[in-house]
Design a protein around this ligand. Structure first.
Ligand code: HDE
Length: 753
């Protein structure tokens, strides 16, 4: 990236001012929309389509039946330099419809007009009924080999690399809803294994609201906006949600996870993932174990504060997807370890008294260690959102040999639901042939015809047995790595609509979660319940949920009741005597700061050499520096990414103050409400607002030189997590150290123990 100085000087001399700004801005920070900078004039010299951006990936060019084609991945995109019809006929004009004279009428024979409008009319497909809002990325999974003893799955052999596509999502909101709402997050991974595709369709929480798939429409209807007025969007803070979960108390465990900081992740990169259900693994010898899948993020589990989440909903509703794409573009590749908890496959299907078929229960990591079995790195953003992220189709039944399902009644229902939903969403039974869904294993399935058939099947005998196609396709055995349906014994029992008695315990693990939280996390949980219930209209619903809280913990119940102005009820079940699981807390450890954003407030009249030095040091530390200045363009030679008017504290993980900039010309309430009340101020009031907000959100703030005076003016000097340093590098080093704990937790002593 470093250019030679004399060459730079000559180039600069012949450049216009705006070219210089464009040049300075381009290579610095992620987020450029396209692989080449645009010219000011409309380009007119024909050339082939521009290549994707370097960090963009695309589905491999496989045939619909899984064979490698050897074609570049751009072969799936538009070709040639000229505008054509869908049939490839070149066009001379797409701006005017064909008319009988310039004043019309428009002629029905205009096949180009009709093709263009008809296609446009059908551009939208039904959004996912749940998990509609999502973002995806390509990557690679590398196996450690540590799972070889328990599963024959080829992709888990030591050193084996497998292409993956991951889609993260929220659950309740529509496709256009905000990323940072309080909700569960989907974490769905498609492994394109050589033995058939494996979809691990998990969430960022290890438990689910319901124990039986038949209740899924109920919980989702309750969580979705009210059917009459269609509000609220993408939120659980409303009557129907709390009506259902307070009546159907098996939902209480998942609900407390949602009310905890896990419901508002800082980034997809800082989320754990869980397969939720217990799976059955089978090894080469045919031996089986039960197992739960876990994703552990390299950056640790971190969350937003509730105020940040709310502000981002308006300021940057794309916060999580932008963060994912920008991190990959900046080379800070998101990374997770896949791990398994392994349990003996006993007839009872329990471990330490915990029913492994109950998806509202976890097995604490302290009882069964999560053993790492491989590493996932996301290193390519999609080239086309619709083709990849929207059309990707996950299904729990996409299983390779070595991984099988259990009788978890939630899992069993999902085995039906996912294919069923794709039929409507993707318009027919051939969704596996869409490029992002194409297996990387040879496909010979005897499935034929149907909407959008991409394969040109040969032969005359798509049936078995046959002799006309020479008997092909042939059944495979163990030697050919055929899928294994584990011959599990089914207990002799009457046919009933009922659950095992162990499924009736709805509170002990909710209490375990509550008691495993640090004091500050408990404060957040209290606030979340109080906020959500206060948003409910009916008192009966608040009272009913308070009863569940009383059954979880009296302190939790009392605190929420106080906030609601209602009496705290007594428990109706004995409070469970549980051992906390420290692994559930996200506070108290230290993590790398790769790919974090550091805002640097710049005073054009201040120490710009110092700013440049710090900016480079932030890059060198694997983070992204964003310069915040009174105006856009350049400050000295430095490119500005945010102005006082456009930037907001919630975009930054930490802030450095490199000066005390005087109020900019637009710092008037008439122009920018953030400027606050009119009045004399030594520093731009938006800088003070930035500092106050970062302080409220327990973020590290560093300053040097004149910047130190801003700390004093903002009234935060000398408080925890505030660094007044002698130089920029010193301030950065101290701030980076504070960022390892994610937030300056001691800034807010907790009121509950
Ligand atoms: Fe899903 N779920 N689900 N779910 N789910 C869907 O499939 C369903 C459940 C999860 O990024 C749908 O293609 C039922 C648990 C994720 O494309 C649908 C039940 C877990 C995604 C569906 C569940 C999940 C989905 C909607 C109760 C965590 C997004 C569109 C038995 C372990 C995948 C689609 C993506 C998507 C049904 C419960 C995770 C309708 C019936 C438990 C991450 O098929």
């Amino acid at each position: 990236m470093e250019k030679s100085k004399p060459a730079e000087a000559v180039k600069n001399a012949v450049k216009t001012a705006s070219e210089k700004i464009a040049d300075a801005l381009t290579p610095d920070v992620p987020g450029a929309p396209g692989s080449a900078p645009p010219s000011v004039e409309e380009p007119t010299t024909p050339h082939d389509p521009l290549p994707p951006k370097p960090e963009q990936g695309a589905p491999q060019t496989r045939t619909p039946t899984g064979a490698e084609t050897g074609a570049p991945t751009t072969a799936n995109g538009q070709q040639g330099a000229y505008l054509t019809t869908a049939q490839g006929a070149r066009l001379r004009d797409t701006d005017h419809s064909l008319k009988a004279g310039p004043r019309g009428p428009v002629l029905l024979q205009d096949h180009h007009l009709r093709e263009k409008i008809t296609h446009f009319d059908h551009e939208r497909i039904p959004e996912r009924v749940v998990h509609a809002r999502g973002a995806g990325a390509h990557g690679v999974f590398t196996a450690y080999g540590t799972a070889e003893a328990v599963t024959r799955a080829g992709f888990l052999r030591k050193g084996r690399e497998t292409d993956v596509f991951v889609r993260f999502s929220t659950v309740l909101g529509s496709r256009g809803s905000a990323d940072t709402v309080r909700d569960t997050r989907g974490f769905a991974t498609k492994f394109y294994t050589a033995e058939g595709t494996f979809d691990l369709v998990g969430n960022n929480m290890p438990v689910f609201f319901i124990q039986d798939a038949i209740k899924f429409p109920d919980i989702i209807h309750a969580g979705k906006p009210h059917p009459d007025r269609e509000i609220p969007q993408a939120q659980s803070a409303h009557d129907t949600f709390w009506d259902f979960v307070s009546l159907h108390t098996e939902a209480q465990h998942h609900t407390i996870w949602n009310m905890s900081d896990r419901g508002i992740p800082r980034s997809y990169r800082t989320m754990e993932g869980f397969g939720v259900h217990t799976f059955r693994l089978v090894n080469e010898a045919g031996e089986t174990v039960l197992a739960k899948f876990h994703w552990k993020p390299k950056l640790g589990v971190h969350s937003l504060t509730w105020e940040e989440a709310q502000m981002l909903g308006g300021l940057d509703p794309d916060f999580h997807r932008r963060d994912l794409y920008d991190a990959i573009e900046a080379g800070a590749y998101p990374e997770w370890e896949l791990g398994i908890q392994v349990f003996p496959d006993t007839p009872e299907e329990t471990f330490a008294g915990i029913d492994l078929l109950d998806p509202t229960k976890i097995v604490p990591e302290e009882l069964a260690e999560v053993q790492p079995i491989g590493r996932l790195v996301l290193n390519r953003t999609p080239t086309n959102f619709f083709a990849e992220t929207e059309q990707v189709a996950f299904h729990l039944g996409h299983l390779p040999p070595g991984i099988d399902v259990t009788n978890d009644p939630l899992l069993q229902g999902r085995l039906f639901s996912y294919v069923d939903t794709q039929l409507t969403r993707l318009g027919g039974p051939n969704f596996a042939q869409i490029p992002i869904n194409r297996p990387h294993a040879a496909v010979n399935d005897m499935l034929r015809d149907g909407f959008h058939q991409h394969a040109v099947h040969a032969g005359v005998a798509p049936y078995r047995p046959n002799s006309l196609d020479g008997g092909n396709p042939f059944p495979a055995g163990d030697a050919e790595h055929a899928f294994v349906d584990v011959p599990v014994t089914v207990a002799q029992a009457p046919k009933v609509r009922a659950s095992p008695a162990s499924f009736d315990d709805h509170y002990s693990q909710v209490r375990l979660f509550w008691l495993s939280m640090s004091p500050v996390e408990r404060e957040h949980i209290i606030r979340a319940y109080t906020f959500e219930l206060a948003k409910c209209y009916h008192q009966a619903i608040k009272e009913r949920q308070l009863q569940s809280l009383a059954n979880i913990d009296p302190v939790l119940c009392e605190q929420v009741a106080t906030g609601l102005g209602l009496p705290a009820p007594q428990p109706t079940v004995p409070l469970a005597d549980v051992t906390p699981s420290p692994a559930l807390s996200q506070v108290g450890r230290e993590w790398p700061s790769d790919g974090r954003t550091v805002g640097i407030v710049v005073d054009p009249a201040g120490d710009l050499d110092g700013v440049d030095e710090v900016r480079r040091a932030v890059f060198a530390a694997g983070m992204v520096p964003l310069l915040i200045a009174p105006h856009g363009g350049l400050v000295g030679d430095l490119p500005v990414q945010r102005t006082f008017a456009t930037g907001r504290s919630v975009e930054f993980d930490a802030v450095l103050l490199a000066g005390a900039p005087a109020p900019a010309p637009d710092a008037t309430p008439a122009r920018d409400a953030k400027a606050g009340r009119p009045g004399p101020a030594a520093v731009d009031p938006r800088v003070l607002l930035l500092v106050e907000e970062c302080w409220r959100h327990a973020k590290a703030i560093g300053a040097w030189g004149a910047g130190v005076t801003v700390l004093e003016q903002a009234g935060v000097a000398g408080t925890p997590g505030i660094v007044a340093a002698n130089s920029g590098p010193e301030a950065l080093a101290a701030v980076q150290q504070l960022m390892a704990a994610h937030r300056v937790w001691e800034r807010f002593p907790a009121s509950v123990a």
